[in-house]
Design a protein around this ligand. Sequence first.
Ligand code: FE2
Length: 390
Amino acid sequence: MTVAPTTRLQDPLITQPGKGLAKVLLLSESSRNHGALDAVLAKASILLEKAGSTEAAAEAMRAPGGPEVFLLECGDDGRQLLSWVESLTKSAADAGILPCLLLLIPQAHTELAIAGIKAGAYDFVPQPCLPDRLLAAVYRAIEYRRLRVQNDLHRYHLEQLITARTKILQNAMQQLEQSYDVTLEALGNALDLKDAETEGHSKRVTAYTLALGRAMGLSEPQLRVVGRGAFLHDIGKMAIPDAILRKPGKLTDAETAIMRTHSELGYRMVRKIPYLREAAEIVYAHQECFDGSGYPRGLMGEQIHIGARIFAVADTLDAITSNRPYRRARTITEARREVLRCAGTQFDPAIVDVFTATPDSIWLNLREGIMRDGPEFSPFSYTFGPVEVR
Ligand SMILES: [Fe+2]
């Protein structure tokens, strides 16, 4: 998550050295008089503030309009102060906007200087300070902090820009996918018109497959693939002659063989459409059986796309609970019994478990919704809500 820089980043006090008021905060271990330091900085229009304790210094550093430079005067035993500085910079969420740290250390105390740099100090100035040396170090520190702040702001704005552009792109992609789905619905409706026996079947089976997929814990992107595959499962029937597709009686062996080509025909029809590439696998495998006895490839178990395995159960539910010219629709209880009977042979037992644990009301509500809304019902609207398994 992008963290917005505090208002201090836009603080007008951050100025070019020598071109306006800058602020330096001093924390000292000693109680010496800092009048000389005050005078040097005042001459350069730099305001010197003093903190009486580490707590006061930490508060002053984070306050709006706080200092650009933090002068820390360490005595011979300044290591304790340094570890405080280190913990401050490491733990502060806004470490990036803390003032630039300058150390004032006793003359020839090199070890302390090195430890200070390791703790996050930008530079050090040996004491007693030469005014020019001190001023030059303060200027450099102010300039360094100004650049650091500008860099942080620039990065922040860039991140904001990227987030905004990404959102626009995602919305555009979503709209594009929605318009694809509208096209798919037109295709499915066309098939339903051609094959009167299955009127509404594509939508029902898609709704059932999505509800089962959701109960199986499939992700939203997986559900989109599975929904499209289920909806288009019989699209290959568009290429089956009407004399066979609409034949009222039993099909001959030759006709059955032709009818069975619809899986592969459907696969070939949709596989070249990039956003349907994976859904095409479901179209291809929708007549396969878990034990390998299905067609066209005789795939087994997990060789069959999860969407096709879920679809198989949804398809049987719809077939049993729909009217046919030769028999009336049967109940969901009967469908459940039949699915259970074929667990491990026609169906994946894991999916059967989820199906048998799903309340009848889920299927009834979906069926009623499709009947009520007719052509207006969109199987891709994903408004079914979560499916609660008993
Ligand atoms: Fe089929």
